[in-house]
Each structure stands twice: as structure tokens, then as C-alpha cells.
Design a protein around this ligand. Structure first.
Ligand code: ADP
Ligand code: MG
Ligand code: MG
Length: 343
């Protein structure tokens, strides 16, 4: 179904709830909307709007769903209230609420506010040093690993596929740490059966970032791992976007969206299938990356996530990439703050 496909356009401080992604206790959530001051709109999508606001003297982002977007709101809320989803590289969820405005119910999701907004916007305005690249990339991949991982313990965390990984859905905080956001299309292994009932639901996400197997119909919907493997392809495109912005001798390549040079602005599924599947094209890996340890490592990561002739099963997992990135020694600082120290 094309309804789950989007176009290109991108449009703990308060309480202690560590160890759970459930945000505030449900009773407290019912009054959140009353306590929030909204400042200005910072984003808009098909579901509604995102606003910058303030809640109990903390900066927050409020995702406001249109009245008829109840299902989107419910789905996204359900993912955030999954036990154990909280992680330093997953957008921190504060709460969900309903608010009646002029006889129309608006549904809200409240999150920590990320000063630099989406990575997509950050990369257009900024270049990265090698050490910034290493720590941001490691954070993003760690967030995906946490999402994909299933934890069996006292509390159970299912494996979750994001299904819309792109630079527009990764946010950058004021301290330049990154987090995964926008779980509107996320699929938990516990809900895998819903997709099996209607396999057309398998093709979801942003066309430009869709894995080849989703474009050409060879996707194995029966295995939940396939959804994780598709995320890894999309993630590799994000790492490529970032790596181009890394400074070498004080210069970096200009920002480009993946496949910018061989696809139109809002590519159709057919456009993407032609380039990615039939022609087997992938974003170019510049020769100059060979001269840098982080960039040559990322080159290997990209090959291991998007190689046209290998099966999705052979793709690197997020855990594998975390380990590869950890071998790079990029203990460095940004504004005197240590971003990342190898374990
Ligand atoms: P959609 O489902 O419409 O894509 P997102 O959750 O991805 O909505 O949010 C849309 C945009 O709003 C993001 O790309 C980002 O620019 C901005 N945004 C969303 N949440 C935050 C946040 N917590 N802090 C800062 N900006 C945000
Ligand atoms: Mg989004
Ligand atoms: Mg979304």
C-alpha cells in the first residue's frame, strides 16, 4: 500500500523513568498538554505539525497529529511505551496527550527538544571533523542496535525495525549527540503477524531510502530479520551522507541526498527500482576516503550494507558496525566536551 510511503520532503530531567521508555506515568500524561507553552512550529509532515515548546521549564518538541490521524498517533505512542526502549541514542519520550481544540481532538506526543533538529538539516549547514563523524556515527548505529536488539530478562524488549531510517528522522542535540526519532512506521517483532496478514504493508518508508529487495519485490516478509536488514541498507545511505561532509585538508564535499545525481527530486518507486535494482547503482565512494582511517572504515561498512550482488542476509548488522567503529581511535573533543571514548 502506498499510504505508508512518503515523499522526499523533510519537512531525564523531569522525572526519573530510566529503564523504561514509557515516559511519565499515564495519569500525569493526561495533563501535560495543559502545562505546555508552544513557541513556534519547527516541522510539518503528513500527520500534522512539530512545535518547539516548554514544559516545566524544559525545552520540548511537541508532535501534534491532526484529528483524523489517530492511528498514526496510537502506533507511534505504542512504540515509545514499549518497555526498555529508552537509550541515549533514542529520542527521549516525555508523554502523550489528547487536547480538545474547537471541538476537534488533537493528539500530542511530547519529546526532548533537539537543538539542531534533523541530521538532514545539520549536514547541509555544517561540516564534520573526523572525530565528530566517529562519535555521531557510533551514536546513531548504537541507537539502531538497541532498537533491533531483543532483550529477554525480567522485562522483555522485542526487536523493533524502524522502517524509515533517513537523515530526516535522526535528530541532533545541542551537544551533537544524535538520536533516532519518528517511529511512525516502526514494527515490533511482537506485531510481525499483522504484516503477515497483509504483506502489502511490508513496503513502507521513504522511497529514496528503500532497500533493493523492497523495490523489486524479492523481500522475504515471513522473516522478521528482513525488516532489520532493510533498515541496515537505509542506514548505510545515512552514513554516506555524513561521510561526505567530513573535512579533509579543510575541505568537504557538498551535501547531497543519496542518488541525487541519478534520480529526480521526488522519485517514484519505478525511478528508484531502475537505479538501485536494474542498474545496480550505489552512491559513489570517493578515492580520497582511502587516506582516512574513519572514512576507509565507513567505506567497508557501506560495501557490507549495500553490495548489489549479495543477499540481504549477508548485510552487516548494527552490532557488527558498532564494533567496527569502536576500533577507530577517535577519542577527541568538541568544545572541550568528550563526545566519545572507545571502551
Ligand atoms: P514526520 O513523521 O512527519 O516525519 P518527525 O517526527 O520526523 O515527523 O518530525 C518532523 C521534523 O520535525 C523532523 O525532521 C525535525 O526537523 C523536526 N523535529 C521532530 N522532532 C524534533 C525534536 N524532538 N527536536 C527538534 N526537532 C524535531
Ligand atoms: Mg520524519
Ligand atoms: Mg513519520
Amino acid at each position: 500500500s502506498s499510504s505508508a510511503l512518503s515523499e522526499d520532503s523533510q519537512s531525564p530531567g523531569l522525572f526519573d523513568y530510566s529503564g523504561s521508555g514509557a515516559g511519565l506515568p499515564l495519569l500525569a500524561q493526561r495533563s501535560i498538554a495543559l502545562d505546555i507553552k508552544l513557541f513556534r512550529q519547527i516541522g510539518r509532515g503528513r500527520y500534522g505539525e512539530v512545535w518547539h515548546g516548554n514544559y516545566k521549564s524544559e525545552d520540548v518538541a511537541v508532535k501534534i497529529f491532526e484529528g483524523h490521524e489517530e492511528t498514526s498517533w496510537e502506533k507511534e505512542t505504542a512504540i515509545y511505551i514499549t518497555n526498555l526502549i529508552s537509550h541515549p541514542n533514542i529520542l527521549r519520550f516525555i508523554g502523550a496527550d489528547n487536547k480538545d481544540v474547537h471541538f476537534c481532538t488533537k493528539r500530542w506526543l511530547v519529546f526532548e527538544y533537539c537543538e539542531y533538529k534533523a541530521l538532514y538539516e545539520y549536514l547541509q549547514a555544517h561540516t564534520l571533523t573526523e572525530s565528530m563523524f566517529c562519535s555521531m556515527a557510533l551514536g546513531i548505529v548504537s541507537g539502531i542496535h538497541h532498537l533491533h536488539d531483543d532483550v529477554h530478562g525480567k522485562v522483555y524488549k522485542p526487536s523493533i525495525a524502524h522502517r524509515d531510517i533517513k537523515s530526516g528522522n535522526i535528530l541532533v542535540r545541542g551537544d551533537l549527540t544524535c538520536c533516532i526519532a519518528d517511529f511512525g512506521l516502526a514494527l515490533s517483532s511482537a506485531s510481525h503477524k499483522d504484516v503477515l496478514k497483509d504483506p502489502s504493508l511490508a513496503v513502507a518508508g521513504t522511497k529514496r531510502y528503500l532497500a533493493p529487495e523492497l523495490l523489486d519485490g524479492s523481500f522475504n516478509v515471513k522473516s522478521f530479520q528482513s525488516f532489520l536488514q532493510a533498515d541496515m541498507y537505509s542506514l548505510s545511505l545515512v552514513l554516506w551522507e555524513m561521510a561526505r561532509r567530513v573535512l579533509s585538508e579543510e575541505k568537504a564535499l557538498e551535501y547531497q541526498v543519496p542518488y541525487q545525481d541519478c534520480t529526480p527530486r521526488d522519485p517514484s518507486l519505478e525511478d528508484m527500482k531502475e537505479v538501485v535494482c536494474r542498474q545496480g547503482r550505489r552512491p559513489q565512494i570517493p578515492n580520497t576516503w582511502d587516506g582516512s582511517v574513519p572514512l576507509s572504515t565507513v567505506g567497508q561498512v557501506l560495501e557490507g550494507c549495500w553490495a548489489p550482488n549479495s543477499s540481504p542476509k549477508a548485510r552487516l548488522t548494527a552490532l557488527r558496525i558498532v564494533k567496527m567503529l569502536q576500533t577507530i581511535n577517535c577519542t577527541q573533543t568538541y568544545n572541550n566536551k568528550t563526545l566519545f571514548q572507545p571502551a
